[in-house]
Ligand binder design. Structure first.
Ligand SMILES: [Mg+2]
Length: 127
């Protein structure tokens, strides 16, 4: 079965381009529009007992930002799922916050498909 990735971003354009890129590479993708929605989607993934391979999240989002989202994910049974950040934020202090919250990697927008897929492969375990 294809590996499932949860992608969290408030920009519909970003969601469609990243989802397109990941699906083309053979991954399944569930989208969420912010941290609150991301936690809801994790609940559905848990209820449906789907194995989740990776979470990719934006930082700047309404309702719940990416740092808070990562912190909350780390309090759930999904705490061992790797989390990549995909953000326009390049400030060292923000990246440090992401690292401290438990992110496994940080990618900058605009994303390059090859770079994104390389990072995804690095943190997603083979079958
Ligand atoms: Mg955003």
């Amino acid at each position: 079965m294809e590996k499932l990735i949860l992608f969290v971003d408030d920009s519909p354009t970003m969601r469609s381009s990243v989802t397109f890129c990941l699906r083309n590479a053979g991954y399944r993708v569930t989208e969420a529009e912010d941290g609150v929605d991301g936690l809801d989607k994790l609940q559905s993934i848990k209820n449906e007992d789907q194995p989740l391979a990776l979470i990719i999240t934006d930082i700047n989002m309404p309702r719940m930002d990416g740092i808070t989202f990562i912190t909350k994910v780390k309090e759930t049974e999904f705490k061992f799922i790797p989390i990549l950040v995909l953000s326009t934020e390049s400030e060292e202090s923000m990246i440090e916050q992401g690292r401290a919250a438990g992110a496994s990697g940080w990618l900058l927008k605009p994303f390059q498909p090859e770079q994104l897929l390389w990072a995804v492969k690095k943190v997603v375990w083979p079958k």
